[in-house]
Design a protein around this ligand. Sequence first.
Ligand code: MG
Length: 381
Amino acid sequence: MTNNLSILGSTGSIGTQAIDVARKLNIKVSAITANSNVKLMEEQIRLLKPEIAVMYQESAADELKLRVSDTNTKILTGMDGLLEAASIDSADTVLNSLVGMIGLLPTLTSAKAKKNIALANKETLVAGGDLVMRTIRENDVKLLPVDSEHSAIFQCLQACPEDRFLKKLILTASGGPFFGKKYDELRDVTVAEALNHPNWSMGAKITVDSASMMNKGLEIIEARWLFDVDVDNIDVVVHRQSIVHSLIEFVDNSVLAQLGLPDMRIPIQYALTYPERFVSPAKPLNLWDVGNLTFEKPDYDTFKCLNACKDALRAGGTAPAIVNGANEMANSLFREGKIKFLEIGELVSKSLDAVESRPIKDVSDILDADKNARDFVLSSI
Ligand code: MG
């Protein structure tokens, strides 16, 4: 159970919901960080009275300092600030809800500072899986999943006392706004259409990842590392209602699922209170209101990112960091209107052949692979 929390990414969708959860559970928040949202950061400082607040962008940090000069909160900036928040003495748990590869060094730093990590930043596990898991084990800290699917699997696994009882993991996918469309029908879809997710309200990057199904590809890789399960024992099923958040199958073909309304405060709270449970601000699930639950196979031909992520896992080494880096760049170029939607999947698939993958010895191998993949995408457009 968390008593004192540091939140990396406090002004984002996960961060703001985590503050909601922490306040209801009387969890003290000692550090908060954000990229550039000065206005919300000031509100959070006045509400939470943290020891430190980090604005990643320096100009925003300067502005924030002026605005909160009447408080005792210390304002820091840049990666140095993030790493200080990731290892602050007073916190026992760090919630990493940063978006993208920028979360890698803070995750490693938190583990080395003996903090438990509630992880919503899937990209760092995707890019640095083996290294991150090794660092977690060496420092004997807990890595608690916040991603709804992985929280579901983690909750189901509480009923699996030995690894040999488990046969496979089944990740559910909403299918995003383009489920059922064929490849050719997606040629001219717009950014606004990609951002129109049917069930979840999330940040822009992950919503586009959900539309391309890259999000599910990343989650396959994330699940492989979190639960030490081979890629061939991780299935994906499209479940449009987002009520079943994922399932596990035992060797006797018994299947367990975790259900709930699509509200991230449930997995956030479980990560912070594990192994305990408390009353949640999320609404209860009434199955009669939901009515029907449907399950379908994903369309691997249209949503190319899924197989690219599986191939990257099989290739090993820095290959997952390459598909992740290629996607971060392609996703951002699509949102800026510089490439078409289908090019995301094409560039992610091509990056595996175009960028050389290496074994991971240390963090520089991961950062190099990420940069090479981004450069490949930029040089391809
Ligand atoms: Mg998810």
